[in-house]
Design a protein. Structure first.
Length: 152
C-alpha cells in the first residue's frame, strides 16, 4: 500500500462506541459516533514536528530577508544563539518571514509529491507504524539525502 492509499483510507470516518456507566441507575449507555482514524492524526502530528524542526533550522542557519519595516534590524533576523520562539516559527509558517516560508513550502511540496507514491513500510520490531514520527522522519531524511545527491 502506498502513502497515498493509506492517507486516503484514513480520511473516512469509522464508527466507535462511547460507553457511559451510571452507578445510580446501574445502567450502561452506549452511544455511537463517527471519528477519523488515528493514522491521519498521527501523520499530521509527525509532519508538524518535522516542519517545526525544519523551520527552527532555517531560522538558526539562514540570514533574514524579511520585508523592511524601516527599522535598522530586520524583524526576522537570524537567531544564532538558538533562542527560537514559538512566535518565530509561526512567522515562518504563516508567511510573514517570506523567504523561509517559501523554502519550507517548496521542501514540503516536493517531499509530499514524492512520498505519496512510495510504499509504506511494514511495522518494524518496535512496532513503528507508517505514520509515526520515526517512520515519517526517516522518509524525510531519506528524501533530503536523495536530493542532496542529485544536486552534487
Amino acid at each position: 500500500m502506498t502513502y497515498r492509499e493509506a492517507i486516503e483510507k484514513s480520511l473516512y470516518p469509522v464508527e466507535i462506541e462511547d460507553y457511559t456507566v451510571s452507578e445510580e441507575e446501574q445502567k450502561t449507555e452506549i452511544r455511537k459516533r463517527q471519528m477519523l482514524p488515528l493514522p491521519l492524526q498521527g501523520f499530521l502530528f509527525s509532519m508538524a514536528a518535522i516542519l517545526t524542526a525544519s523551520a527552527e533550522h532555517l531560522i538558526t542557519t539562514m540570514p533574514s530577508y524579511g520585508i523592511s519595516t524601516g527599522e535598522s534590524e530586520s524583524k526576522f533576523s537570524q537567531k544564532k544563539n538558538g533562542q527560537v520562539s514559538t512566535s518565530d516559527i509561526l512567522q515562518v509558517f504563516i508567511g510573514n518571514d517570506l523567504m523561509k516560508h517559501g523554502i519550507l513550502s517548496v521542501q514540503l511540496n516536493r517531499f509530499l509529491t514524492w512520498l505519496l507514491d512510495e510504499e509504506i513500510p511494514e511495522p518494524d520490531e518496535n512496532e513503528t507504524l507508517w505514520y509515526d514520527i520515526q517512520s515519517v522522519g526517516s522518509r524525510w531524511n531519506e528524501f533530503a539525502m536523495m536530493k542532496m545527491e542529485e544536486n552534487q
